[in-house]
Design a protein around this ligand. Structure first.
Ligand SMILES: C[S@@+](CC[C@H](N)C(=O)[O-])C[C@H]1O[C@@H](n2cnc3c(N)ncnc32)[C@H](O)[C@@H]1O
Length: 391
């Protein structure tokens, strides 16, 4: 795969949205004919299910923090491409307590699609990659099983940049700022927003000191795109960020908990944010966090927001905290999930699947959920619900 590791990374490299790389460990997947590997996998799947059923958390703040500390050190001491120094190694603590070392691949050059001769991909600064119990115990095709990382729900994922790609114009800060402000006004004027406000006015709320939003996507990414699907994604992103402001306003308006803006921090984590997003959000009082810092902020005094994330936000949160309020994809019953699978003719759990632990959490610790808006799966939040923690 390596084209020429000694070539310096050029500064013209730019991120290609949604192109990611999970590292060399993906090359360690089983071959379909590997019978010894199949037995190892069977053993691992059985043990992982036992650990899950025993209640062992698959996601832990300590593990996130441990990896983050190592990444922070590596970022401060980069290995320039072509240097003779050994690559940095990252130690990951697996769910069974064992330790796995993987190479940090930032700066590595990979071959691009042969359809684009002369271009290559550059491996960027990683964020965390979260694998659910379903992903780790999938019994589908053999090659999806990584032997080295079998017991690691937390791994690394890298964004990729393309070198020497033609530059696309980036929307101006002012355009995105105006689109966001117009979106906030439209959302605030909507009946759904009014209904949400009156629901929260009457609700009894636990103490809240922060709002942490995940995966609300970039407001810049599809800006101005006439394609209906693209512009709907852009509008979803604007609505989801607007909701952070509405919730902040509601909570501050109620007093008792956070009484002034400084007491109620607002955070947003999504690796796809560009500089323009970050500036617009900053102006609105929302701080962008790099993965996994959003998860490290989540605690029992938080409001957590998340809509159709590419990562299992709900299973991670169920392992690390009991936030005051959850505003996220409706947690489906086992029967509903089975119906979905049947309708879609698929067994793939998706990126943010329900789990028994997640269902137990909302049943035991939260009040009956209330639909976030009237449009359900066709609206800007998908089918989402509000869960308030019981007294
Ligand atoms: C399918 S899109 C959904 C976007 C938006 N919430 C919506 O409803 O249209 C999934 C989002 O998850 C984000 N994502 C991927 N990895 C993430 C991470 N580690 N932390 C937070 N967000 C992440 C992606 O960048 C993307 O914006």
């Amino acid at each position: 795969m390596d084209r020429d590791a000694t070539r310096p990374v050029e500064t013209t490299a730019r991120q290609i949205r949604h192109h990611v790389y999970s590292g060399k460990c993906r090359d360690d997947l089983l071959e379909p004919t590997d019978t010894k590997g199949a037995q190892e996998k069977e053993k691992a799947v059985k043990r992982l299910q036992e650990l899950y059923d025993e209640g062992v958390p698959f996601f832990k703040k300590e593990v996130f923090g441990h990896i983050l500390d190592q990444l922070t050190f590596c970022r401060a001491n980069p290995r320039p491409p072509g240097s003779s120094a050994e690559p940095h190694m990252i130690l990951i603590i697996a769910v069974d307590g064992t330790k796995v070392e993987i190479e940090l691949e930032t700066g590595r050059a990979l071959q691009h699609n042969p359809a684009f001769p002369g271009m290559e991909l550059v491996v960027g600064d990683p964020y965390l990659y979260y694998r659910t119990v379903q992903h780790l115990t999938e019994t589908g095709d053999l090659p999806r099983h990584s032997r080295r990382l079998a017991y690691c729900p937390t791994r690394l994922m890298y964004p990729l940049s393309v070198r020497d790609a033609p530059t696309e114009p980036v929307a101006a800060l002012e355009d995105i700022q105006n689109a966001f402000l117009a979106g906030v006004r439209a959302w605030e004027d909507s009946e759904d927003c009014q209904r949400l406000r009156s629901f929260f006015e009457k609700a009894s709320l636990p103490k809240i000191t922060k709002i942490v939003a995940f995966a609300c996507s970039s407001m810049e990414i599809n800006f101005g795109n006439k394609d209906q699907r693209a512009s709907s994604r852009n509008s979803r992103s604007i609505h989801q960020h607007a909701l952070i402001l509405t919730l902040r306003d509601i909570i501050l308006g109620r007093g008792g908990n956070a009484e002034k803006a400084a007491d109620l921090q607002c955070f947003a984590q999504d690796p796809v944010y560009c500089d323009v997003d970050e500036q617009v959000l900053k102006a609105a009082g929302i701080t962008v966090l790099r993965d996994p810092r959003g998860f490290l902020e989540v605690d029992d005094e938080s409001v957590v927001l998340s809509f159709s994330p590419d990562i299992p936000v709900r299973q991670i949160v169920a392992d690390i905290a009991r936030p005051a309020v959850l505003v996220w994809n409706h947690v489906k019953s086992e029967a509903e999930t089975a119906e979905d699978y049947a309708a879609l003719d698929q067994k793939n759990a998706g990126t943010d699947p329900e789990s028994s632990r997640l269902r137990d959490m909302v049943r035991d610790c939260y009040l009956e959920p209330v639909a976030l808006d009237s449009k359900g799966k066709f609206g800007p939040f998908g089918r989402a619900s509000v869960y308030i923690r019981r007294g």
